[in-house]
Design a protein around this ligand. Structure first.
Ligand code: ZN
Ligand code: ZN
Length: 363
């Protein structure tokens, strides 16, 4: 049998051609010599088919991914059945602060005319280091929402720092999203203002604060202009207010003392310090309560006697014995914590067992 193209004698012909001629005529690998890609030099985002993909940890890693993506998108192979392509990076190097070159070896394997065929091509991709829309806006101090974080009667330094930590961590968690940045942070007497690049993320962070600490969020918008397409441009303000009471606080509400166990959204889980029953109350109802003291002001004590309707406790700061009203299962010798209010009345704080029960329950 002779090949119809080269005339050589061959053991096997496909379409009257020897394997070499069959491959030469049918197998086509198309990959342009000039390949381009784009990455963001700030967030290491990779632009692919009009969208930014973030997650690379260095500009080199982003450039490598971008170049490989450009090859995958441009590669066309015909005449190869069951093809597999392996893109191997040969080297990545910076040519200037704005340009990078990435070199690859692209290996294709499959069958052609019934025989295993393998082709390797080498390509360089020019990767431009630019700024994505999000980083460009960040650089120009863009913001579309303000998150105001407020406490009752100002914010203490420690709580202010804790809240700022939560805000920044929540933004960091969304680092791969568009405009996930805070352009400015203003410390005011009444609290902190955070300027957000994305109103959507500002809203999510406000909701996260509310989930964690309770309290309320009020939204308002102002018109700041009109977009080029005639759409009104709005700026959002999310006013987050901490609840008046925190977990641990002891309050007097409608003549009954309660200890706040947990706040969640608009509900507050409290422990009735007389009956030792846990109840869930609306935050709006607890707002009007009188603060008797905070858990950290409590003092250690030891139960000396269990009486009808309460326990006698040796208070370990003044070494005086006090009686506290509490329908609770305790024994002489048990260690507890008590809190005195400004009138010298004592309350038995949630015991370790009660706190444990609460942690297991749901609001
Ligand atoms: Zn031939
Ligand atoms: Zn970027």
């Amino acid at each position: 049998m002779r090949c119809a193209a080269c005339g050589r004698e061959a053991g096997k012909l496909v379409d009257s051609l020897c394997p070499e001629c069959y491959r030469r005529i049918n197998l086509r690998v198309e990959l342009p010599e000039e390949l381009r890609a784009e990455v963001c030099r700030e967030c290491f985002g990779v632009l692919r088919r009009g969208r930014w993909h973030r997650g690379a940890e260095s500009v080199e890693e982003a450039a490598e991914q971008a170049g490989a993506g450009a090859i995958e998108d441009a590669l066309r192979v015909t005449g190869l059945s069951e093809p597999t392509a392996t893109i191997r990076t040969l080297q990545v190097y910076m040519r200037s602060p704005r340009d990078c070159t990435a070199e690859y070896a692209v290996k294709l394997r499959g069958t052609c005319g019934g025989e295993v065929a393998e082709v390797e091509v080498r390509r360089r991709v020019n990767v431009k280091l630019t700024l994505c829309g999000s980083c460009h806006r960040r650089a120009s101090k863009y913001y579309e929402a303000v998150l105001q974080v407020r406490g009752h009667g100002g914010l203490s330094g420690e709580l202010r720092e804790e809240l700022a930590g939560v805000v920044h961590r929540e933004v960091q968690r969304r680092a791969t999203e568009e405009r996930a940045f805070i352009t400015m942070q203003k410390e005011l007497k009444e609290g902190t203002d955070f300027y957000f690049g994305s109103h959507r993320i500002a809203k999510q962070v406000a909701a996260a604060l509310q989930r964690r600490y309770g309290g309320s969020v009020k939204v308002s918008t102002t018109l700041v202009g009109v977009s080029s397409s005639g759409r009104p441009l709005k700026r959002y303000t999310f006013a987050y207010r901490m609840p008046r009471f925190r977990a641990g606080d002891v309050v007097m509400l409608e003549g009954t003392p309660y200890q706040v166990l947990r706040t969640s959204g608009s509900r507050v889980r409290v422990l009735n310090l007389h009956t030792r029953q846990e109840v869930t109350l609306a935050e709006s109802r607890v707002e009007g309560a009188e603060l008797l003291g905070r858990a950290e002001e409590g003092v250690a004590g030891v139960v000396t006697d269990v009486l009808e309707g309460g326990v006698e406790v040796m208070e370990m700061r003044s070494y005086t014995t006090v009686f506290v009203v509490a329908d609770v299962k305790l024994r002489a010798g048990d260690e507890v914590r008590v809190l005195a209010d400004s009138k010298g009345r004592y309350y038995l704080l949630a015991t370790a067992e009660e706190a444990e029960n609460e942690a297991r329950g749901e609001v």
